[in-house]
Every structure is written in C-alpha cells, then in structure tokens.
Ligand binder design. Structure first.
Ligand code: DQA
Length: 146
C-alpha cells in the first residue's frame, strides 16, 4: 500500500514552534519515524509539506491513482480552506485528519474543521504519536478493503 503524509503550513517549524503546544520533535523526526513504522507494517510512506495552499492542492490532485490513503494535517488550513477540502472530495482518496494539539481545547476558531466530515477518522491531542496511530489505522483500513 502507498500512503501519502501531507503536512500544511508552519509544520516545517516543528521543534521550535510553540513546543509547549506542538512538542519538541521536528517534522524530519516525525517523518523518519513514520518511514520506520511503514517498514514494520510493510507499506510505503511518502511525505510532503508546504506552506502554500495551492501546493497542498496539487499534492492531493497528483495523488489520484497513485496513493491508497492520505494522512493529512492541514494545519491552519483546517479552519479556512474550502479549496483543499474540495480537492480531497474530488480525488476520493480515503484520509485521516491529524492534529498534534487538541484543537477542541484551544481557541474557538480551531474547533471547526472543513475536513472532519469527509475523513475516515480524526486524531488530535496525541502529539506526534497521532501520525503513528493514523498510519496503523490506515493500514488496517486498507487490509480490510481487499
Ligand atoms: C494543528 C492545529 C491547527 O489549529 C494549527 O493551525 C496548526 C497545527 C495541529 O497539528 O495541532 O498549525 O493542525
């Protein structure tokens, strides 16, 4: 199985960005760990990050026919991007929405997501481990598919 991990704006700053909220691990640390987990699980993970909405949309569009499952942290676009939501609806690739922080325990504007009703699952508040949980959930979802 081919799984694509997409991270949105400012997640390139993980490690130094509000570590009390987002943790001490860098995005490279998280991605390396996912590669390791993928080897254990016998699936293939590719990872991308962008600060630009249009690039995230391109990644989703290009995934069509190439990728079985997406793990997505849309970051601030979670709360704003109808365009990225429409891209996910268009390609119809199953996905899990991940947030490092518990978005429900923060500012009110973080409680609404343009993605959650389309997602197979939503994981938030587990820190970097949330990506790992998502990878395991993706793998069992895909194993049940066939
Ligand atoms: C985030 C939560 C968002 O509200 C925020 O804009 C982010 C990161 C998270 O992973 O906790 O950039 O998606």
């Amino acid at each position: 199985h081919q799984i694509l991990v997409i991270n949105g704006p400012n997640l390139n700053l993980l490690g130094t960005r509000e570590p009390e909220i987002y943790g001490a691990l860098t995005l490279a640390d998280i991605e390396e760990n996912l590669q390791f987990q993928a080897e254990q699980l016998g699936c293939t993970v590719s990872t991308v990050q962008s600060n630009a909405e249009h690039e995230l949309i391109e990644y989703v569009q290009q995934a069509r026919g190439q990728v079985d499952f997406i793990i997505l942290n849309p970051a601030a676009y979670t709360h704003t991007s109808v365009a990225l939501r429409d891209a996910l609806a268009a390609v119809a690739i199953p996905f899990i929405e991940v947030h490092l922080s518990n978005v429900h325990a923060r500012e009110a504007f973080r409680r609404h997501s343009y993605f959650s009703d389309l997602a197979q699952a939503v994981i938030c508040g587990c820190g970097a481990q949330g990506y790992e949980f998502a990878l395991h959930a993706a793998q069992s979802y895909l194993n049940k598919q066939r």
